[in-house]
Design a protein around this ligand. Structure first.
Ligand code: HEC
Ligand code: HEC
Length: 755
């Protein structure tokens, strides 16, 4: 075998690998020699025993697929072929068809040996989203009709929270444990349909919660009040009273009403007929065993443990089309849309205000029959939930952005909400110093959602706008006075709740002015604003200097989130840009590599990072560092700067470091091998970098891919290419409208069909 390959390789210019070429041309079945030939042609140059790049050796080739070591080699070959990572970019590319035939052969051998292709599993996880060839997704070559696999998508913790809230008061009496957790890694879309199963621990918590709910709805839960006296807390729905309180046996109608009630409350829909008879049968048995009330509780639990209370069911129960795809049924679609846009079920998602219809009602009336109907409804929901109608106030800790799903996308995508988790040394920030990262995150939320609401040129605005929100705590005493002023001047009806007062204060420009000693003095410095001189804008957003801020990547929240404990983090900032904006990939740091840079604080960070320029490091780091280094214009608290202080782990207070040695910051960087040649080249600073990125087609498409992943809950495949292209087109044709993009995605075949 070995000599055969070697000869082939040496004479490949003569042989031109006739075996596989003819196989491709003639459409013959792929055989071992064809595969050997292919690898000889495209891989052996670097992966023979002599060259052995990456210690990966393909000669001799083995075909005994029962041996794990053999399977391991083929797993790697399959992965490199399907991701298009090998042969390396500079080398001649194999024909797509030939490549597909070889990978098809490997897959067939795996199937015979009952070995799963690891790449399939890998490609479903969020970090592998980019491994699919970008050009092929957007060049229009993929024509097959799109669909998603039938699936169960585990409910998000937010949906679960919403359901518990609907029970009112329970949380105050008994801890209700959140059974569902999300991936909290930075910069990853956290709520993915694949790979999130409800394991044993989850189910245990769920059962405990269900029992609490059933008790709360029937006999009540006991809890001592602050004086130590036992109190009973319960919320018994009126329709349950005949069953749990009355002496007489409940009538059939009363039972029916109770069952429907619980279905509606927990699952957001009425029970079907078979479900009703099942519940009644179950109830009879349970009551015979456990008594009238306990038996009833047990039936309630059985409703609460239906798969729908754990998963979003998207199986495709609608009609089958000529491509063998099934559309989501009306019911499924109503849920899918409701959960795509809100955390509430379709019976609580209203369109057209309080007078309008619920999504359920609209679906039932045939209002979501065509993709254009769906687009219209989606757009309306997004419009109606914008921030101008939100009860947002600068003061509210848990400010309410109503398009919370959209906000969550931005947070997942940019990762700026991780800022509070980046630990900064106490000596550098001091307690009460105003290092209020949560507030900074809220500012960033405002920034992105305002741009979303305006819905014009959204992506470019996100990356380049210098229209910022800067909230600040202000003086509560002064605020109280203003409140009193308003109380005395307007009639009571205007003051139903605190938030409304504040909104009114805001509207009237009566924002409390910060006084000496409040943390806002330091807080505003993150934006290079100064308490003493800044006018504390009551009208927000407002413009910050263009040469200091441009878009979210220069926002203190993003900069802090992507910083280390003592320093900026140009490597991970660059990695973020590579992966999120350039649809690029990078291998993990190999364990064999000593990934450290010198600690010597007498040198600038950029200077110390030169350690990654050695040959063994630069192959990877050249893809990241030059993208992250322009952000050296900011310190690791997100403050714009022109000089970098040396020697000391400087604190948040510049006045403490008057004598420090400084060097001017060097801000240049480079976009290299991005896959878009018009984008490649040096950049002078972060501002040039973000503007360049904001103008690039590839970058916009990379954004579309991430938006797709968030709303579909999975990575794109080549079959989704038409969906991605349509979403991109909708965005452009509507003047950079992200709402149009989302509406396009949610009315696409990828969203509507299952196969
Ligand atoms: C021009 C040289 C060259 C050619 C041709 C080439 N490779 Fe590679 N390959 C490399 C280098 C260099 C690395 C390590 C660095 C990297 O991943 O970029 C590598 C790494 C790999 C790895 C990763 C090994 C591991 O254990 O992580 C696999 C698998 C691989 N190549 C398979 C292939 C296959 C299959 C082909 C043919 C389709 C191929 N290579 C063609 C140079 C090459
Ligand atoms: C195969 C690609 C690859 C190679 C080779 C590589 N790195 Fe990295 N390196 C990475 C990636 C990816 C990260 C970011 C890791 C993350 O996101 O946590 C990283 C991170 C780092 C960091 C930041 C670590 C931290 O914890 O803050 C340092 C420092 C570093 N690399 C230095 C080096 C040096 C020095 C070499 C050469 C001796 C090297 N790396 C070789 C890919 C590589």
């Amino acid at each position: 075998m070995m000599s055969f390959i070697s000869i082939q390789r040496r004479f490949s210019h003569v042989f031109l690998s006739i075996t596989w070429l003819s196989a491709v041309v003639l459409g013959q079945a792929v055989t071992e020699p064809v595969v050997v030939d292919f690898l000889g042609e495209y891989c052996l140059e670097c992966h023979d025993a002599e060259t052995a790049k990456a210690d990966f050796i393909l000669e001799p080739l083995h075909f005994d697929f029962t041996k794990p070591s053999v399977v391991d080699v083929w797993q790697k070959v399959l992965e490199k072929l399907e991701t298009g990572e090998m042969p390396p970019k500079k080398k001649p590319r194999p024909q797509l068809k030939a490549k597909q035939m070889v990978s098809g052969w490997i897959r067939a051998e795996f199937a015979k040996a009952n070995v799963p292709a690891l790449i399939d599993h890998k490609m479903q996880s969020p970090e592998f989203g980019n491994h699919l060839n970008h050009e092929m997704l957007f060049n229009g070559s993929q024509k097959e009709p799109a669909s998603s696999p039938p699936r169960l998508w585990r409910l998000s913790p937010f949906i679960y929270d919403h359901m518990i809230e609907g029970l009112g008061g329970l949380r105050h009496v008994r801890a209700v444990h959140q059974p569902f957790a999300l991936d909290e890694s930075k910069g990853v879309i956290s709520d993915f349909a694949s790979g999130q199963f409800a394991g044993d621990a989850t189910l245990q918590l769920l059962v405990m919660n269900c029992q609490s709910i059933a008790e709360y709805q029937t006999v009540g839960i006991s809890k001592r009040d602050h004086e130590g006296i036992m109190q009973r807390h319960r919320r018994v729905p009126d329709v349950f009273r005949p069953i749990v309180e009355w002496v007489d046996k409940p009538s059939a109608e009363q039972l029916l009403a109770a069952i429907h009630f619980e279905y509606k409350l927990i699952l957001g829909r009425e029970a079907t007929e078979p479900e009703v008879s099942q519940a009644i049968g179950y109830l009879a048995k349970a009551q015979a065993n456990a008594g009238r009330v306990r038996g009833f509780q047990s039936m309630l639990v059985s409703i609460m443990l239906k798969p729908e209370a754990v998963y979003r069911l998207e199986v495709g129960l609608g009609e089958e089309d000529k491509f063998g795809r099934r559309r989501l049924s009306d019911n499924e679609l109503a849920f899918a849309l409701a959960f795509a846009l809100t955390d509430k079920g379709p019976n609580k998602t209203r369109v057209g205000g309080n007078e309008g219809q619920t999504l359920f009602e609209i679906t039932k009336a045939g209002g979501l029959a065509s993709p254009s109907d769906i687009r219209r409804v989606v757009k309306q929901i997004l419009d109606e939930n914008d921030m101008s109608t939100a009860d947002y106030t600068m003061f509210a800790e848990n400010h309410k952005v109503r398009n919370t799903r959209v906000l969550r996308f931005f947070r997942d995508f940019f990762g700026y909400h991780h800022a509070p988790r980046v630990f900064k040394d106490e000596n550098r920030i001091s307690i009460d110093s105003g290092f209020e990262t949560k507030r900074i995150v809220h500012d960033a939320d405002q920034f992105v959602m305002h741009i979303f609401d305006e819905d014009h040129d959204v992506f470019r605005q996100l990356l380049t706008s210098n229209k910022y929100f800067v909230a600040y705590p202000g003086s509560y005493e002064k605020f109280e006075k203003d409140l009193n002023y308003i109380r005395n001047n307007l009639n009571d009806a205007n003051f139903k709740n605190n938030e409304k007062y504040i909104a009114r204060l805001e509207a009237e420009g009566k924002i409390p002015i910060p006084i000496e000693g409040t943390s806002s003095r330091t807080y505003v410095k993150f934006y290079n604003l100064f308490h003493e001189t800044w006018g504390y804008q009551t009208k927000q957003p407002f413009l910050l200097p263009k040469n200091q801020r441009a878009g979210i990547l220069t926002h203190p929240a993003w900069l802090i989130a992507w910083s280390g404990n003592f320093d900026n983090d140009p490597i991970r900032r660059g990695k973020w840009i590579l992966e999120h904006l350039l649809a690029g990939t990078i291998q993990d740091v190999p364990v064999t590599v000593n990934a450290v840079i010198p600690e010597d604080r007498g040198r600038s960070l950029r200077d110390r990072l030169k350690a990654t320029k050695s040959k063994e490091c630069w192959n990877c780091h050249r893809k990241m560092n030059p993208l992250g280094l322009p952000f050296e214009s900011f310190d690791d608290f997100g403050r714009f700067r022109k000089t970098e202080m040396l020697d000391e782990r400087l604190s948040i207070f510049p006045e403490r470091h008057r004598g420090a040695r400084t060097v001017p910051v060097q801000t240049n960087g480079e976009i290299a091998d991005s896959g878009d040649s018009s984008l490649d080249g040096p950049v002078a600073d972060a501002f040039e970098l973000v503007h360049k990125l904001a103008n690039s087609t590839r970058v916009r498409q990379s954004f579309v891919r991430h938006v797709f992943r968030f709303w579909m809950g999975r990575n794109e495949t080549f079959a989704d290419s038409p969906t991605l292209m349509a979403a991109d087109k909708a965005y452009i044709e509507n003047g950079g409208s992200m709402k149009a993009m989302i509406a396009s995605l949610l009315s696409s075949d990828s969203f509507l069909y299952r196969k």
